[in-house]
Ligand binder design. Structure first.
Ligand code: AMP
Length: 249
């Protein structure tokens, strides 16, 4: 079976983000960009499924500017077989991404779409769920374990207060949580090999998807700076301050 993995190019998680002076978003000019961390986990899982023999082909797809090709190359270096870049400038909201992924999933005849549980830039946590709804496929979100057997995916989900296991009939949509696996580092030979793997470029219009934004961002601001704390010499002083200054005990 074929697997489609969605990989988004986002500001690297080590970068301290700065809000643009016009408060419309965060600064991305001159900032290090990388694959969304949860998408690395999704790619790793797809590659592991291929290594186990449960999957024949892994297709990495990214929707965004031309440089999102680099994100696809990273997925190829980790072991994906080929890539699709859906080239679009500006913001592409989760619903538009889900519509694009739906068209590609149908066109490619995949039986599993793997996504990250959320993109760390906008924290929407919506694309996988919307995709499952559009396709009418079952979904397993926040996955910490995936097993494929007999036309089904058994997915362990991280839910409040524990783990939930669901059995999904394939085709299905699964979103990766942090504990699903530890993504590999691409080795130099694999990075070289990835340069030869094919990446197809299409436009949203080729898939008949309109990506015009439907949401208006009113304001983006930094969180209020926290006041500096104080160091206390011992427990007795701490208790005294909690009782008499903070008045919480
Ligand atoms: P979100 O719903 O925006 O938090 O994103 C959830 C997941 O959807 C991400 O972890 C990606 O796997 C996928 N995704 C969202 N936007 C894109 C994009 N522009 N290109 C590729 N995948 C995306």
């Amino acid at each position: 079976m074929k697997v489609l993995v969605a990989v988004k190019r986002v500001v690297d998680y080590n970068v301290k983000v700065r809000v643009k002076s016009d408060k419309t978003g965060v600064e991305t000019a001159g900032v290090k960009m990388s694959m969304n961390p949860f998408d690395e986990i999704a790619v790793e899982e797809a590659v592991r499924l291929k290594e186990k023999g449960a999957v024949e082909e892994v297709i990495a797809v990214s929707i965004g500017v031309a440089q999102a090709q680099e994100t696809i190359r990273t997925a190829l270096a980790m072991g994906a077989d080929r890539g699709i870049l859906v080239e679009a400038d500006g913001t592409v909201e989760p619903l538009a991404v889900a519509k694009i992924l739906k068209e590609l999933a149908k066109k490619e005849g995949v039986e599993l779409v793997l996504l990250g549980k959320q993109a760390i830039d906008d924290d929407m946590n919506a694309t996988g769920q919307m995709l499952a709804a559009l396709l009418g496929w079952p979904q397993g979100t926040f996955a910490s374990k995936i097993e494929i057997a007999d036309g089904s995916a058994t997915v362990t989900r991280e839910v409040d207060g524990g783990l939930q296991t669901v059995k999904l009939k394939l085709p299905a949509v699964v979103t990766a949580d942090l504990r699903l696996n530890e993504p590999r580092y691409a080795s130099l030979p694999n990075i070289m090999k990835a340069r030869k793997k094919p990446i197809e470029t299409v436009k949203p219009a080729d898939l008949n998807v309109d990506v015009t934004p439907r949401l208006t961002v009113i304001n983006v601001s930094e969180p209020p700076t926290r006041k500096a704390g104080v160091k206390v010499p011992d427990v007795a002083t701490l208790v005294e301050k909690l009782r008499n200054e903070a008045k919480v005990i």
